[in-house]
Design a protein around this ligand. Structure first.
Ligand code: UD1
Ligand code: UDP
Length: 414
């Protein structure tokens, strides 16, 4: 079977790892199409190298621009590639512009679309991601949803239940596999007390990953843990902070309120791997320099996945507006404060691990201090089952696709 994947940003790369591994492991032909929406080394290439993903067959190189221009360029590029490659199915993941472009183009060419992480709804149509995920769901044939709640969202929109498959979220696959690798490496460093050893993840690969050897990039390029992150991991009371949503970082008042809250959290060490969008707007609004002067705030460049997983796992709290981080926090049993007023991940709030603090300065500060002084939060989280599954989503997705292909449903001419 010939399976094409369109991806373009950091979270899509991470969340497609287990699907790509399964495609290669099972001997299917993979056509990997990178739109080039994220292009900095820290936002794209470092993940291909560190997670041993095959180099994309195509990179459309769209770069940064307005939504219409960016999506239009993606569509043009994807159409040309799909016409040439004629895959049996196209997979997209999540809610970025790549998802919109890929799903729309493939459906018009009558190529079946599988939407990984389908069915999420924030019901906030001002978010570009809500538009993208809804439009992609109109164009899809297979809905790989993480939870029962997302399945219900789709049913309510008239999607037939037979096309909806509850698989869990592939982020759990990525999190489990790579945290194990990262922790093993830290143990090795502690045992050898030589932090400068370069780290080759293939030494710790599980069987599905090691089958990837024929397609994996040169493993000597694999990441090493920087001394910077090793030192940060020794700190107490860590908050991992990330943000990049347009509604927070492009709005001066909201961004200022959030930064003011961060500056008040003196009892914490705040580690902030900063998204390029956020760095640019903080600099433009004159917010970067003052924050960077605070001793307990560590502004660093975006981290590789292994470093970042370790950082999250050593954190007391995760403060974020990221979708993926809300899920990873739950998976690692770390409470999160989400810098939004709604979420398409309500499961995280319902199980008691996520508080929607918005951009409300006092609420952010009070919630962080409450968690610092109330350890029962962690006990509650560790007892609750993970709503996003057991880390086998990639396998389930491939089982479903193969089954459908056997039945002759997953073809251009079916
Ligand atoms: C995009 C996705 C968002 C996802 C996020 C993951 C859409 C509409 N948005 O948002 O859903 O959560 O990725 O991180 O698809 N930039 C760089 N270098 C890069 C990439 C971006 O400097 O490699 C800067 C550029 O100034 C750019 C800005 O960041 O204009 C925003 O990038 P863009 O890809 O448009 O949106 P994200 O905020 O990254
Ligand atoms: N991430 C990472 N390094 C970082 C910040 C995030 O590897 O410095 C990972 C994180 O673990 C998660 C994904 O990037 O898997 C989330 O990406 P982002 O927040 O950009 O996008 P979203 O999930 O909001 O779409």
């Amino acid at each position: 079977m010939k399976i094409a994947i369109v991806l373009g940003t950091r979270p899509e790369i991470i969340k497609m790892v287990s699907v790509i591994d399964e495609i290669i492991l099972r001997g299917h032909e993979l056509i990997l199409i990178h739109t080039g929406q994220h292009y900095d080394h820290e936002m794209s290439d470092q993940f291909f190298e560190e997670l041993e993903l095959p180099t994309p067959n195509y990179n459309i190189g769209v770069g940064s621009s307005s939504h219409g221009k960016q999506t239009g360029k993606m569509m043009e590029g994807i159409e040309e590639i799909l016409l040439k490659e004629t895959p049996d199915i196209l997979l997209v993941q999540g809610d970025t512009n790549a998802v919109l472009a890929g799903a729309l183009v493939a459906s018009k060419l009558h190529i079946p679309v599988g939407h990984v992480e389908a069915g999420l709804r924030s019901y906030d149509i001002t978010m570009p991601e809500e538009v993208n995920r809804k439009a992609a769901d109109v164009c899809s044939k297979y809905y790989f949803v993480p939870t029962e709640k997302s399945a219900i969202n789709l049913s309510l929109e008239g999607i037939s239940r037979k096309d909806i498959f509850i698989t869990g979220n592939t982020v759990v696959d990525a999190c489990f596999r790579n945290l194990e690798i990262a922790k093993k490496h830290i143990d090795d460093i502690e045992n050898s007390s030589n932090p400068s050893n370069s780290f080759n993840p293939s030494n710790y690969s599980n069987s599905s990953n090691s089958s990837n050897n024929s397609t994996s990039p040169d493993s000597s390029k694999s990441s090493s843990f920087s001394n910077e992150i090793l030192n940060l991991l020794k700190l107490d009371n860590i908050i991992t902070l990330t943000m990049h949503r347009a509604e927070n970082v492009d709005n001066k008042k909201r961004l200022t309120d959030i930064i003011d809250a961060i500056a008040e959290l003196k009892d914490f060490n705040i580690v902030f791997p900063i998204h390029p969008r956020t760095k640019k707007t903080m600099e433009n609004f004159g917010l970067y320099e003052d924050l960077s002067k605070l001793d307990n705030v560590h502004l660093i460049k975006p981290l590789g996945y292994l470093d970042f997983l370790l950082l999250m796992s050593k954190s007391l709290i995760i403060v974020t507006d990221s979708g993926g981080l809300q899920e990873e926090a739950i998976t690692l049993d770390i409470p999160s404060l989400t810098l939004r007023y709604n979420t398409e991940r309500p499961e995280t709030v319902e199980m008691g691990g996520n508080i929607l603090v918005g951009a409300d300065k006092d609420f952010i500060v009070d919630s962080a201090n409450k968690i610092l002084n109330d350890k029962s939060f962690y006990d509650k989280m560790s007892l609750a089952p993970n709503p996003y599954g057991d880390g086998t989503a990639g396998k389930k997705i491939l089982d479903i696709i193969e089954d459908s292909y056997e039945k002759g449903e997953c073809r251009l001419d079916s």
